[in-house]
Design a protein around this ligand. Structure first.
Ligand code: PMP
Length: 296
């Protein structure tokens, strides 16, 4: 049996069997909380500051008082990785509104809870990176910006969960989520990019997708490669007629998508620009990041 993980929970590192949250925590009762997913490679955390910035912005947006300073959160993250002796993996940082009475009033929850899980992850098998993902257009729309901002990475992921169910039931691996106007927003856990005639296209963040940190990293790499990027509204038509499609996300990294609604995109194989970007992304994540200090 695998060694139990040590989980950071409100200031302590505890074995996973003891890392428990109350049934009265509003994170559980109402999805009232925020989270981040972060990767570390070769003992270095990728874009830690950007992830923590997004976590604190999500918290600020929902008026959630984070009981840790930015530096303390950074330390909790690095310490959790070190305590588990992990060199490559995934971190889940969660801040919940904390324990309160059954009513939804967050002002009756005196203290937010913070937990950090550092673990290994393999979202898709290698074969999917070699051959690409198939996608399905989801009936569930990405919520409008008039509802909770899509930039808040909240614990309420039910829209995306429903979209993922639709993708899988439709025979695909990822779901394309449209916004209320019918423009492509993003996938259920990734941002979407198209390649056409050597140029790259991606929906603007205002279309309702999350301002992905992998998205930004991919755009920086493409710019370095001299590729022009256009942030434009796009529809399914644009995906059907693209030469290549790829997705970006912390968990999925950079991965080709080769079909939508059973129609092949391009020739139905990961395209040359996507493959070049995947290689550049791998090199980047293995050579940068905040170092973890491991106990000797
Ligand atoms: N969109 C959604 C809905 C997500 O959950 C994620 C994963 N955080 C992304 C996009 C990709 O963002 P990032 O590259 O920061 O992981």
């Amino acid at each position: 049996m695998a060694k139990p993980l040590l989980i950071y929970l409100d200031g302590n590192l505890v074995p996973e069997t003891e890392a428990k949250i109350s049934v009265f925590d509003h994170g559980l009762l109402y999805g009232d909380g925020v989270f981040e997913g972060i990767r570390f490679y070769n003992g270095r955390v990728f874009r830690l500051t950007e992830h923590l910035n997004r976590l604190y912005e999500s918290s600020k947006s929902i008026l959630l008082n984070v009981p840790l300073t930015f530096e303390e959160m950074e330390k909790a993250t690095l310490d959790t990785i070190a305590a588990n002796g992990l060199r490559d993996g995934y971190i889940r940082l969660v801040i919940t509104r904390g324990v309160g009475p059954l009513g939804l009033n967050p002002y009756q929850c005196p203290k937010a809870s913070v937990f950090v899980i550092a673990s290994s992850i393999s979202l898709y098998p290698q074969e999917k990176y070699d051959c690409g993902l198939t996608m399905v257009t989801c009936a569930t729309r990405r919520p409008t910006v008039a509802a909770l901002s899509p930039q808040v990475k909240s614990l309420n992921y039910l829209n995306n969960v429903m979209a993922k169910i639709e993708a899988i039931q439709g025979g695909g691996e990822e779901g394309v989520m449209l916004n209320e106007q019918g423009y492509v927003a993003e996938c259920t856990g990734d941002n979407l990019f198209l390649v056409k005639r050597g140029e790259v296209f991606t929906p603007p963040i205002s279309a309702g997708g999350l301002d992905g940190i992998t998205r930004r990293a991919a755009m920086d790499l493409l710019t370095e490669m001299g590729v022009r990027i256009h942030e434009v509204n796009m529809t399914r038509h644009d995906i059907f007629t693209a030469d290549e499609c790829f997705l970006t996300g912390t968990a999925a990294e950079v991965i080709a998508a080769v079909a939508l609604d059973r129609r092949l995109i391009g020739d139905g194989k990961p395209g040359p620009l996507t493959q070049k970007l995947v290689a550049k992304f791998k090199a980047l994540v293995n050579s940068t990041g905040t170092p973890v200090t491991y106990p000797v």
